[in-house]
Design a binder for this molecule. Structure first.
Ligand SMILES: [Zn+2]
Length: 500
């Protein structure tokens, strides 16, 4: 998973909850078989988009052009009502289509303003419009649900509720990766179906609220404040952040005209802000110098007592306890910030085509986190990579290859797809590529990757093709031997390195 503490372990309640939260995903696969081929006679859309690791995520038969999510909280924050308005376009004639949804009570479903029939089981909401949606036609589906906001302590014991929206006292945050967003509202919950997104939060006026993107309007409505946030760049549901709490939003002008806005707990602003003012602009310059223009116009951190270290788009979720008074560079939490900022390029702007492409998110994040640690903390990159290489044989034996498109559906208790291979193995594969093609060519590959796939979706085969094109030679056999095998090849330039 892409949640990071300094020692790369999970907070136990998050890990426990994650393991159980995904139990139902595999149960959704059978529906995919109901899809007809062709675009002629109306037929049901598939329950998923064909992600072997998470077969139920995303939905077949349509593309998503815009997502609007409006969340209204109860005064005590224990429950909320969420309305999703999703504008899509049918890629085949649809008699019925699905949205991803679980753990909520459905209040209403309409298609193009007309009441639609629906049934909800497992993690799938099946919507039958009054009339079929012809192939190529745009449509709008609106789903209103009511749900509890999970308490993280209780969720840790119960398991399933911690992924999605969680609350501790007066603070709400979301932890969606990879499949928690559809615990919040009805969505097409796969990065390959990301779309520009508007999030409206109606929350008690005594508290503040924040979400991904830019604040566009704010108004008082009785005892509530209604704030609307716009993500012009496509936003994958797994990267949605919805924050409510006693926090202060501090605005800054960042490098290259990037608008910074940080949400910091009231009472901790004076301690945290000097650290963030030091680390964030420095990290943004570090990445723009290496990778080119930042993918977003707005960036900031959302520091909460719960934390979770997650790269929610334009608004990195951090645990406020990570940002201690001793300073982020003193305790190493600056490397976490560097890791999460790198995700704005790798994972957020360039989203994985399938979850088995996770190494493209996490391998890059760990690689650049290591580079940052070398520059700011003197941690020698070669030593860091050598240690990872030494560990590789044992880790790959346990967990399988770095990228594994043949892997079966995710099962609770087997965290291998979100383990060593994607993170440390992915970073090693990138280091091997750099050793193979040289620093200058490697930098050109990286810049081309984020520029050409900006605000889009790409997979492992795309990376292999692009690397070969930029380097001017076929890197397929080399990269495949690193990414798809259970024993890593010799590291170019380091014939003395051995695996355990
Ligand atoms: Zn990460």
């Amino acid at each position: 998973m892409a949640r990071h503490t300094r020692n790369s372990t999970f907070t136990p309640w998050i890990a426990a909850a994650l393991t159980t939260a995904l139990t139902g995903v595999a149960a959704c696969t059978a529906d995919a078989a109901t899809t007809s081929s062709g675009t002629g006679d109306p037929a049901p859309g598939a329950a998923g988009i064909g992600d072997t690791l998470h077969p139920g995520l995303g939905n077949g038969g349509y593309t998503v052009r815009h997502t609007d999510l409006a969340v209204r909280f109860a005064e005590d924050l224990t429950t909320y009502t969420a309305t999703t308005t999703l504008r899509g376009r049918a890629t085949r004639s649809l008699s019925r289509f699905n949205l991803d949804l679980t753990g909520t009570t459905v209040r209403s479903v309409t298609v193009d303003g007309r009441e639609a029939a629906w049934d909800h089981s497992g993690e799938e909401l099946r919507v039958t419009p009054a009339a079929p949606v012809p192939s190529g036609q745009g449509f709008s589906v609106e789903v209103t649900v009511h749900a509890p906001v999970a308490d993280p302590e209780a969720a840790g014991k119960l398991g399933t509720s911690a992924i999605g929206m969680v609350r501790a006292k007066d603070t709400v945050q979301t932890l969606n990766q990879p499949s928690g967003a559809h615990r919040i509202a009805a969505l097409a919950d796969h990065p390959a179906q990301k779309a520009p997104t508007t999030i409206t939060i109606t929350a008690p006026a005594r508290l503040n609220s924040i979400a991904n993107g830019e604040l566009t309007t704010s108004r008082r409505e009785g005892a509530y404040t209604v704030r609307r946030f716009e993500s012009r760049q496509k936003l994958a549901p797994e990267l949605i952040q919805i924050g409510v709490g006693p926090f202060t939003v501090v605005k800054r002008r960042g490098p290259d005209g990037i608008k910074l806005r940080h949400a910091l707990p009231n009472g901790e602003v004076n301690d945290l802000l000097p650290q963030i003012d030091t680390v964030v602009p420095k990290a943004l310059r570090f990445f723009t110098q290496r990778l080119g223009a930042f993918p977003l116009r707005t960036y900031g951190v959302y520091a909460t007592p719960m934390g979770g270290e997650l790269e929610t788009q334009s608004l990195t979720l951090l645990g406020s306890e990570e940002l201690t008074k001793e300073g982020m560079e003193a305790n190493g939490s600056d490397t976490v910030v560097a890791h999460e900022i790198s995700h704005e390029y790798f994972g957020n702007s360039v989203s994985p085509r399938r979850w088995s492409d996770l190494w493209l998110n996490e391998g890059h994040a760990v690689y650049y986190q290591s580079l940052w640690a070398q520059e700011t903390h003197g941690a020698d990159l070669v030593d860091v990579m050598k240690r990872k290489y030494q560990d590789s044989a044992a880790e790959l034996r346990k967990q399988g290859p770095i990228a594994d498109p043949e892997a079966g559906a995710f099962t609770p208790g087997d965290m291998a797809p979100y383990g060593w291979g994607a993170y440390q193995g992915g970073a090693l594969a990138l280091y091997a590529l750099r050793q193979k093609v040289g620093e200058d060519t490697f930098r050109r590959i990286e810049r081309a990757w984020v520029a050409e796939n900006r605000d889009s979706t790409a997979g492992t085969a795309d990376f292999i093709r692009l690397a070969g094109r930029v380097a001017g030679r076929d890197l397929g056999p080399f990269l495949r031997s690193w990414l798809y095998s259970e024993k890593l090849p010799a590291m170019p330039g380091h014939p003395d390195w051995h695996t355990s």
